[in-house]
Ligand binder design. Sequence first.
Ligand code: FO1
Length: 319
Amino acid sequence: MIVVLAGGVGAARFLSGLIEVVPQEEIVVVSNTGDDTLFHGLHVSPDVDIVLYTLAGLVDEERGWGLREDTFHCLQALGRLGRQTWFNLGDRDLATHIHRTALLEQRHSLSAATSSLAQALGVKVRVLPMSDERVETRLQTAQGELAFQEYLVHRGAQDAISGVRFEGAESARPAPGVLQAIRAAEGIVIAPSNPLISIGPILAVPGIRDALREARARTVAISPIVAGQALKGPLAKMLGELGMEVSALQVSRLYRDLAATLILDEADRDLAHAVTALGMRAAVTNTVMRGLAEKVALAHAALDALRPFDKLRTSVGSR
Ligand code: FO1
């Protein structure tokens, strides 16, 4: 069984390659829920939905979120009523949030709601929220503290950040099955997601970081930074604002206690020795996933990196 720690779009793209290589039933996703928020009274769980829609083959590929060919009539009608419309909830996407919210109101857990959605969408991968309890990613800016979607979508990530906090994390518990999956996994992949605001909230749930530390030898991380730029989203900007280097080497510094291997892009081959000096193995391959062939190749590279070192064909050490 392979466990994947996942944020949104980057993780979902990686997973769409992984399911071509590993049977869905043998994959467990631990999903970030720090982005979750209430819109119009509905519980929206963006990273969970991005992964579910992608695995179901229903995602809008261009945006990376939402459902393909969805319409926005309800949102327009809400706008006419004076309601906020900056978060684009499609008409069919709304069904997901209505169903999840109804289940939560009937005292089902977020895990149960996620499993119900996965089943309805025909997704066989086990998608687990990191926690059934509320953990909210909040960003410190000159405008004060902003909720994650407010920062990212409403304000277009324009504010410089001076800190990140995960409200509720201290008292949250890992969702049922998360720690067991990490302990039982043959391999763990930290997807090419934002380490600060996608993987960070998962690690902030007490117990998860410790379980991962114990599984370090079986863990590989994929750098979401390529040639000093983020594959997607505001990661490069955030690292710079927090005084960190914008490079795959910085990713290595963030994950060195959790993962034995870091997968770097070909463009960052020069950093391999510095990564090794930090105590991680470096595997170099193409990490930019444009089409399915590249996603599948990256999945193979991750699985190769999970094999013992002497079998690691992509590693710099064996060249
Ligand atoms: N991202 C946007 O940039 N703009 C949106 O209007 C937006 C709507 C949205 C609706 C449902 C959903 O599941 C995701 C949505 N996202 C939107 C993506 C989301 O804000 C982020 O990409 C994730 O939170 C980060 O992984």
